[in-house]
Write a protein that binds this ligand. Structure first.
Ligand SMILES: NC(=O)c1ccc[n+]([C@@H]2O[C@H](COP(=O)([O-])OP(=O)(O)OC[C@H]3O[C@@H](n4cnc5c(N)ncnc54)[C@H](OP(=O)(O)O)[C@@H]3O)[C@@H](O)[C@H]2O)c1
Length: 320
């Protein structure tokens, strides 16, 4: 496993981060038992992953807590999150802090390494900054978490408006953004500046639904080609990104997608979620392979560099 320093937090982290949300939720959504999900976390740790991402909303904190009972606390970089606005309703700082306290209890720890405000949408940014953040920083002083972060909302904020503001305000130490082969604008809109300030970046959406649902990529390319947003040939094949698969290149499209995100300058940790041990092993292998060849990166930039918000939808079995 390759390790890196998580930006200015100074934490040593694996380049692969185990996400316990998304569509898989450690296999919860496909009927895995708690024991199976706990075993999956232990397998991830045995394979060298040391960063685990969870959230109150995912319902996976109890599983993470159960798994970590037998793991020395300082061997894991534990990240969780809470919304301060949920279904358009603002939560008071007291409610968010109660949520943080509940998370600590459920996770069986007295601190988390990163506490994120979850899915912070641009219209809520001022509320978060003026009301939630000052209250949270007092909890940080008490030692309940080590570093504050925000996560993007994904589909409602495909141009990274929230992230741009958070960086300009130097509001956080860790930022989770959506970045992928089909959603590259974070390079210009987030990473240029976050790198200057050494703000830690965790990457979501590298694969998500578009690369993992059979047929989804071809369907999306047909639509984009019909709209004139990508060259016509991409809409005329069932395997539009297979040009990435060749000796010296990617083994498959998912391998390409993880390697693409992992090697992007400024991305520290690439998150993936899975309920499947085979996928866990394959993704760790991908995230430890070299960057894609320069010629493939250039082609991806040329074909998709202008797209905004592609492959970021919520929903279905593998969304959320
Ligand atoms: N706003 C936020 O805060 C936010 C939003 C989204 C995500 N996240 C975090 O980021 C993590 C990653 O989420 P994501 O949005 O990037 O999506 P994701 O959940 O990682 O999406 C990947 C999907 O592809 C499947 N998959 C994984 N590896 C595969 C492989 N090798 N071959 C075929 N299918 C594979 C997984 O299902 P299987 O179970 O079948 O493997 C999974 O459902 C989440 O778990 C969560 O921790 C945070």
């Amino acid at each position: 496993m390759d390790y890196t320093t998580l930006g200015r937090t100074g934490l040593k982290v694996s380049v692969a981060g185990f996400g316990t949300g998304g569509g898989s939720r450690l296999g919860m959504k496909t009927g895995k038992t708690t024991a199976q999900s706990v075993a999956l976390i232990h397998a991830a740790l045995d394979l060298g992953i040391n960063l685990i991402d969870t959230a109150e909303q995912y319902g996976t904190e109890p599983i993470v807590g159960a798994a970590l009972k037998t793991v020395p606390r300082d061997q894991v970089v534990l990240c969780t999150k809470h919304h301060d606005v949920w279904m358009r309703e603002r939560r008071t700082p007291a409610q968010v802090i109660t949520g943080l306290d509940n998370s600590l209890r459920t996770l069986g720890t007295d601190y988390v390494d990163v506490f994120y405000v979850h899915s912070l949408r641009p219209p809520n940014y001022d509320y978060t900054m003026s009301v939630t953040v000052p209250a949270l920083l007092r909890e940080k002083e008490k030692g309940k978490f080590r570093f504050l972060g925000f996560t993007e909302a994904g589909p409602p904020d495909p141009e990274h408006v929230m992230a741009g503001r958070a960086i300009a305000d130097d509001a956080i130490d860790v930022l989770m953004i959506a970045f992928s082969m089909l959603q590259q604008n974070g390079r210009r809109l987030v990473l240029e500046e976050s790198r200057k300030r050494d703000i830690a970046i965790t990457c979501m959406y590298a694969v998500r639904n578009i690369f993992s649902f059979p047929g989804r990529l071809a369907e999306e390319m047909k639509k984009l080609a019909a709209e004139g947003k990508v060259p016509a040939w991409l809409g005329e094949t069932d395997a539009p990104l297979d040009f990435l698969i060749h000796p010296g290149g990617a083994e498959n499209v998912i391998d390409a997608a993880y390697r693409y995100a992992r090697h992007e300058p400024g991305v520290h940790v690439t998150l993936f979620g899975t309920g499947d041990i085979g996928h866990l092993k394959a993704n760790i292998a991908s995230l430890n392979r070299p960057a894609l060849p320069e010629s493939d990166l250039a082609k991806l930039a040329e074909l998709f560099g202008h797209l905004v918000g592609v492959g970021m939808e919520y929903g279905e079995q593998k969304g959320g």
